[in-house]
Design a binder for this molecule. Structure first.
Ligand code: ZN
Length: 421
């Protein structure tokens, strides 16, 4: 493991789009495309065969002894949110590159080809939709859906592709076949505080949570705050707070299943100190990797709505904004990563991923694994995002073992060594 090399590559990559406020390597921006060119140069120096698909996914291939076998792939993204961090996504790409470099150094040949993929437009920052590159690759988005997207400057998604010379015409040019990959792995920073809190080096992701979202309108009666006695009020805000606490409580009861629920947005109308609130609009985000557990929180929310309506004589409208299915990662891959951690004597934790990742789309077509490394203080999507090079190197070790197990070593000086530890 070459810590210095990992650090140097990460630093060089993060010169693209760097500012004091954070990283701005927005999808399909000049900074992002320049960073990709830099990485492509590094990948070609390692002898990889690099292909850019028409939506901007970069697929770099290290040929196997038996090229007709399905490839074993790993990858992540290098685009950032506005004023983002240096580790989200980049760590997975740099880790994949480090694995390739190590294999080359040791003269290891594998039976299956190995691929390193840099997914296009993972962050929703520019077009409001996340993981577009991997959605396209796995056939989870249509051209018509992409045609509706535009950025803050009213530039359409397709125009943005065109500006960068990507000649996208049809989604079929991007979709890959189920038989092309044997397995896919994504190494990523946790973006949460669990690993640090539990003092673990590796998170073995068991599933990727998907959000179910609601907008709730609590309608009461706006009234003078001085002239309206307490018993004649229909205070929408007071009713809304009962819902906030009820949602928190029902998610707490599902803590063992890893389900979380948040009411992170509340708009109070008319929002004046001297008026009893007549209307409140809440936005609820419920996430978990077990559908049954998520459903339970949803049912409790609906029960609470009825209860608050009756108790406070309010009218409450609940609209579902989205209901996505959580993704469970393949059991045998989860087991395999855990075993690899045990063999390497690493402290690991099996855990859900609360955030979405390219891996959740890849999991629809390919056996998929996700490896988390700790995020200092759980900070993410922010310039203070930090993961130590040592922690990244630990992730590289796990990723390398997994890729080699899947790709099968056929030649190389340290075959026995590689397989045994
Ligand atoms: Zn990411």
């Amino acid at each position: 493991m070459d810590l210095e090399r990992i650090e140097k590559t990460l630093r060089s990559l993060n010169e693209f789009g760097y500012s004091d406020r954070g990283m701005n390597r927005i999808a399909y921006s000049d900074e992002e495309q320049a960073a990709l060119r830099y990485l492509i140069k590094l990948m070609e120096e390692e002898g990889l065969d690099v292909h850019i698909d028409p939506i901007g996914n970069v697929i770099a291939r290290r040929e196997g002894k038996q090229p007709h076998l399905p490839a074993v792939a790993c990858g992540s993204h290098i685009d950032t949110v506005y004023d983002g961090g240096q580790y989200d996504g980049t760590v997975g790409v740099i880790a994949g590159l480090e694995v390739i470099r190590l294999l080359n150094e040791k003269g290891i040949t594998t039976a299956h080809p190995i691929e390193l993929i840099i997914f296009a437009c993972e962050e929703s920052a520019r077009f409001g939709v996340a993981t577009i590159g991997s959605k396209a690759m796995t056939g989870l988005v249509t051209k018509a859906e992409l045609a509706r997207l535009s950025d803050h400057n009213a530039m359409s998604f397709f125009e943005a592709l065109e500006v960068q010379g990507l000649g996208f015409k049809d989604i079929r040019e991007v979709v890959r076949d189920k038989r092309e990959l044997k397995a896919f792995y994504e190494l990523h920073v946790e973006q949460g505080i669990v690993l640090e809190h539990e003092q673990k080096q590796i998170g073995v992701v068991s599933g990727i949570a998907a959000p179910t979202r609601f907008e709730i309108k609590v309608i009461g009666q706006a009234a003078h705050s001085g002239a309206t006695p307490m018993w004649l009020r229909k205070d929408a805000f007071a009713g809304a707070t009962e819902l906030v606490l009820a949602v928190e409580e029902s998610a707490r009861l599902e803590a063992l299943n890893g389900t979380v629920a948040t009411i992170g947005s509340a708009r109070v109308f008319p929002n004046a100190m001297n008026v009893v609130p007549g209307k409140v609009v809440l936005q609820v985000d419920i996430r978990g990797i077990f559908k049954a557990s998520k459903d339970k929180v949803v049912r409790e929310l609906k029960k609470s709505i009825k209860m608050v309506e009756n108790k406070r004589d309010l009218k409450i409208e609940c609209t579902e904004l989205s209901d996505e299915l959580p993704v469970k990662l393949k059991k045998n891959i989860v087991q395999s990563i855990k075993k690899t951690c045990e063999n390497l004597e690493l402290a690991y934790l099996e855990m859900p991923s609360g955030a979405g990742h390219d891996a959740m789309n890849m999991a629809q077509l390919y056996p998929t694994g996700m490896i988390f490394v700790p995020s200092q203080g759980g900070v993410s999507h922010n310039k203070d995002e930090f993961t130590s090079i040592e922690d990244i190197a630990t992730g590289v070790k796990v990723l390398k073992k997994e890729l080699l197990q899947q790709a099968q070593i056929v030649e190389g000086e340290q075959i026995e060594n590689e397989i045994s530890n």
